[in-house]
Design a protein. Structure first.
Lengths: 83, 480
């Protein structure tokens, strides 16, 4: 799956879970940039991403994510493997 | 040694001089001096418990090194468990043993089986809940490869026992505080003045707001008139007692550390202006709530994330906040307090989209104002349970609140004190409102006012402390 398509899908997930956020999501976006993205919604975001892309992340993988770009890259690698 | 005592007023200048002028030539010597000063400070209460801190320090120092050296995941895990077992074991014995022993006996007597009480005659070591969490964060962070273990034992021991924050926080992370022990501190005049300013503000909160409120809470709860209005008034004063006490303590701790050139984390960020309880817990006892977020809530939430979409998070909230409540002490009131917080946060999470829509549809200022009042009311309710001696006491207080006596005039001794304290609370909250974005309410003073006006403010504050300080009370959070 292409990175841009993944990004688009992730944006949809963010908008569904966090309810129409106003911030523009980019590779360098972190939870600090998005008011609604906190420790609580983070968990829901992770599980939504896993469900929609149909894969599982390990705790260590999740903890190592630094920004949205990292998350997209992780999804990319996981989806490639499963394809 | 209490911060608001004569001993401390003598202790701190002596430490300050020895620290900056005598031991400052050599970093190791200076750290060793801080360690001695910290053990002296703590030993003033009870020197016997110094062995406990020293033991905990040695275990975590060695465990940290071992985890750092091990390549295998299995042995790393074993060492982490050693640290968890020792620290939580000590906490369990000293803080919770009698509670479990009593609950066990009670549970069996309920079914008609009687056991002899197995209570142990132990007293709670001051600050154990605070420094235990601090050392745990060190070993867990090494295990998670967030930080590297230190090989400097003196610096590590000084980091664990650092006297400004040893007995009641802020619960520091090794990643923030430990590196500050490893590099030379340089005296900065502005920083020291800022530290003094924060200490002064903390003393005002503790001695004027908290201690006076404490006397009123006792007078109200001990008055023969236990009408609803009396209880409500007591609870309102209690919210200011607990806030003035603990945030005042934190200010003194942070200010004292800054006098030594250390930066501690912010522990309170004007929590009484929160507009929901989720927001409140980002601003209240921040060092504990972020600790619980990072070491309990997130790991637990991530592991249970596939449990169930519609109620999985409720379980995570309930577990997290029950532990949060229980951290405060071995009493059912704290457990119920925690459960209630868990329920409220679950509700807020569930309704977040709906609330966002309402906020967008109505007048924003009115919405925030009403939300602020409701949040404070919820906090008052929580504080009633937190303050109660037992659950039956809490229920009898709630009985009075939800009765017609709520509309009577409260009868108690000390109405004049209630009036002056209320005036100080209003002034306190006004200052806090204007300084709510600062590290502490009067932290922005140098930018806003010129020197003569600042000095006028400081002198007034000192005068107010001398004239209106309440009866000296221990810090509420020392019992936790």
């Amino acid at each position: 799956m292409e990175r841009s398509i993944i990004f688009q899908k992730v944006k949809e997930i963010f908008n569904d879970t966090l309810d129409e956020i106003e911030v523009d999501l980019t590779d360098t976006t972190t939870a600090d940039d998005v008011e609604e993205w906190d420790s609580i919604t983070h968990i829901e975001l992770i599980s939504e991403i896993e469900n929609r892309f149909n894969f599982r992340m390990s705790i260590r993988e999740i903890e190592n994510l630094k920004n949205l770009g990292d998350m997209i890259s992780l999804i990319e690698s996981k989806v490639e493997v499963s394809q | 040694m209490l911060f608001n005592s004569l001993e401390f007023a003598l202790f701190i200048p002596v430490v300050f001089i020895l620290y900056w002028f005598i031991t400052n030539k050599n970093l190791k010597l200076q750290n060793f001096f801080l360690l001695v000063a910290s053990y002296f400070f703590y030993g003033w209460w009870d020197w016997r418990f110094l062995f406990l801190i020293f033991f905990s320090t040695c275990v975590d120092y060695l465990v940290g090194l071992k985890i750092g050296q091990s390549k295998e995941d299995k042995s790393r895990k074993i060492f982490l468990w050693v640290s968890l077992f020792v620290n939580l074991g000590l906490l369990g014995i000293f803080k919770y043993y009698n509670f479990f022993a009593d609950s066990f006996v009670d549970a069996f007597s309920f079914f008609g089986v009687s056991f002899e009480s197995a209570r142990l005659n132990i007293i709670l070591p001051v600050g154990i809940s605070f420094y235990t969490f601090q050392t745990l964060s060190y070993t867990i962070d090494i295990y998670k490869e967030r930080i590297k273990p230190t090989t400097d034992f003196i610096a590590f021991a000084a980091f664990i026992s650092f006297f400004p924050q040893l007995v009641a926080g802020p619960i520091e992370r090794a990643s923030n505080l430990l590196p500050q022990f490893l590099k030379k501190r340089v005296f900065e005049y502005d920083k020291a003045v800022d530290g003094m300013r924060q200490i002064l503000w903390g003393l005002f909160k503790k001695m004027v707001i908290a201690d006076n409120s404490a006397s009123l809470v006792d007078a109200l709860l001990n008055s023969p008139d236990q009408s609803g209005s009396t209880v409500v008034l007591a609870v309102i004063f209690f919210t200011f007692q607990v806030y003035g006490d603990f945030s005042g303590y934190s200010d003194i701790a942070i200010g004292t550390a800054r006098l030594m050139g250390f930066n501690l984390m912010q522990n309170f960020a004007a929590p009484y202006f929160s507009t929901n309880m989720t927001d409140f817990y980002r601003k209240w006892h921040i060092s504990l709530s972020t600790w619980i977020r990072d070491y309990i809530y997130t790991p637990l939430g991530l592991r249970l994330r596939h449990l169930n979409r519609s109620y999985g998070y409720i379980i995570v909230f309930l577990i997290t906040f029950t532990l949060f409540g229980f951290w405060h002490g071995a009493n059912w009131t704290f457990i119920v307090f925690g459960i209630i917080q868990g329920i409220i946060l679950s509700y807020e999470y569930r309704s977040r989209k709906m609330r966002k829509k309402v906020k967008a549809a109505v007048n924003k200022k009115a919405y925030l104002f009403i939300s602020g009042i409701l949040t404070y009311a919820v906090w008052c309710f929580s504080c009633l349970i937190f303050r109660a001696e037992s659950m039956s006491h809490a229920i009898s207080m709630l009985d009075s609140v939800f009765s017609l006596s709520l509309f009577s005039f409260p009868e108690f001794n000390g109405k004049k004190l209630a009036l002056t304290t209320t005036i100080f609370i209003v002034l306190f909250m006004t200052v806090e409102w204007f300084g709510k974005n600062e590290q502490y309410a009067i932290g922005g003073l140098p930018l806003k006012f010129k020197r003569p006006l600042r000095w006028f403010f400081y002198i007034t504050l000192v005068a107010v402390i001398f004239m209106y300080a309440g009866e000296k009370q221990e810090f509420v959070y020392f019992q936790f």
